[in-house]
Design a protein around this ligand. Structure first.
Ligand SMILES: Cc1ncc(COP(=O)(O)O)c(C=O)c1O
Length: 417
């Protein structure tokens, strides 16, 4: 380690401060615009990815939290092991094990939300300028997490007909996918494509992230197999813990409540060890109290009990949103009704649309959506909007869509001739 000598400090105190790190210069302004929009009274926010707080099982969680402190003070109130409480790691390993996927606690690290998992993976796999093969458009939070390494991105499109999984992954540090109801598009990666991605990851040796916050939010039809389970099936079963190249990420945020900041990464033991080293330098451990609450909630099946209400609420809001969109937005946009998740992705029929500009008009009309540019590492994709349907009641969603139609009409009159 090099130790540098302190510089002489001028006596008049008139010194220039050191500059901020250069990566801050490549972040986008839209996040700042959102934060400002949040404070405008009467604004309808269809931009975020927030759950409906009414769905949180408050009284049961309050009881579990009280028990966590009184009955398990050592777990709840001490520093915890960096990788997480052993019982919680075991619980997660058991939850995701299948006949062909053998998981033990060595395969699991508990993180402070799914977001921390993304950050830690970036820390352990990326040197400056490393290459990421990311499903495009890409979750904004993942781009934010990896930006400080100034990575290069290869955009990959698993939902296109001519997608070649080996070509997509070859040479990258890792691949990134959200197979269940991608953020932002709400689309599913189908079973055959999942298998192709898994096979390509095994063939090329490239780590492949399966980021799965929305896996339980299926409104129509049945969940598809997880890619990590498909990966387990293609390994010779040796009775030892999973050792393949898939990195699965889960979270309590959409199943129970995001305030706990409890997520998990499931991967080969060598990856869990690397993530543990990175986590030590990040926050040392996830909150013991919240891990204890998560463990008890999982043990007593709370997420499963909360799920039907969540699904009913979100399904009817999705239907209301899509109905309002059909009534007011078809002239300018096209979209697919998602079978799960939290978002509708609407693409402008006219390629000249710039939804960054449309957003300014929308804010004037009292509605805030997320423009497509923020899901593109270079910020150049301007033709689409992401609309969230989980946070607002159906009538408010309908009003938000009407305002968006008003804004679009004004935008088109002004900008597209
Ligand atoms: C695709 C994706 N990954 C990860 C996360 C992180 O979730 P959390 O940090 O709340 O667990 C989100 C949150 O919206 C997400 O959409």
């Amino acid at each position: 380690m090099t130790v540098t000598k302190p510089m002489d400090v001028p006596e008049n105190g008139d010194v220039a401060r050191p500059e901020f790190a250069s990566w801050l210069g490549v972040s986008n302004d839209i996040t700042r615009m959102f934060l400002a929009a949040g404070g405008i009274p009467g604004m309808i926010n269809i931009a975020g990815g927030l759950p409906e707080p009414e769905t949180y099982p408050v009284s049961e969680l309050a009881e579990i939290a009280a028990r966590a402190v009184s009955e398990h003070p050592r777990d709840a109130l001490n520093y915890s092991p960096i990788e997480g409480l052993p019982d919680l790691r075991d619980r997660i390993a058991k939850r995701y094990s299948t006949a062909s996927l053998h998981l033990t606690r060595q395969n699991v690290i508990i993180t402070s939300g799914g977001m921390q998992g993304l950050d830690l993976i970036g820390k352990v796999l990326l040197d400056q300028g490393g290459l990421i093969a990311a499903q495009s458009p890409t979750y904004l939070g993942a781009l934010d997490a990896w930006r400080p390494r100034l990575p290069r991105f290869r955009r990959i499109y698993p939902d296109r007909q001519d997608f070649d999984a080996v070509e997509a992954l070859a040479g990258a540090q890792f691949g990134y996918t959200v197979p269940n109801f991608s953020n932002p598009t709400g689309r599913l990666i189908g079973l055959a494509r999942r298998q192709e991605l898994v096979d390509a990851s095994h063939r090329t040796g490239v780590w492949l992230i399966e980021d799965d916050p929305y896996g339980t939010l299926f409104y129509d039809g049945e969940p598809l197999p997880r890619m990590i389970a498909l990966s387990g099936s293609s390994l010779a079963s040796s009775g030892s813990p999973y050792d393949g190249p898939l990195i699965y990420m889960g979270t309590l945020s959409k199943e129970l409540a995001p305030g706990f900041r409890i997520g998990w990464v499931i991967a080969a033991p060598e990856m869990i060890q690397a993530l543990t080293i990175a986590k030590q330098g990040s926050d040392m451990c996830t909150s013991g109290l919240n891990m204890r609450i998560a463990l008890d909630a999982l043990d007593c099946g709370l997420p499963e009990r909360a799920l039907p209400r969540i699904l009913d609420t979100y399904r009817s809001r999705r239907d209301a949103l899509c109905e309002a969109m059909s009534e007011h937005l078809t002239e300018w946009f096209e979209w697919e009704k998602p079978v799960g998740g939290m978002f509708v992705w609407a693409v402008a029929r006219d390629p000249r649309f710039d939804t960054d500009k449309l957003l300014q008009e929308a804010l004037r009309a009292g509605v805030c959506f997320t423009p497509s540019s923020v899901f593109d590492p270079e910020g150049t994709t301007r033709q689409a909007v992401r609309i969230n349907f989980t946070l607002n009641a159906s009538d408010k969603l309908a009003e938000g869509v009407k305002r968006l139609a008003t804004a679009t009409k004004a935008y088109v009159a002004e900008n597209i001739r």
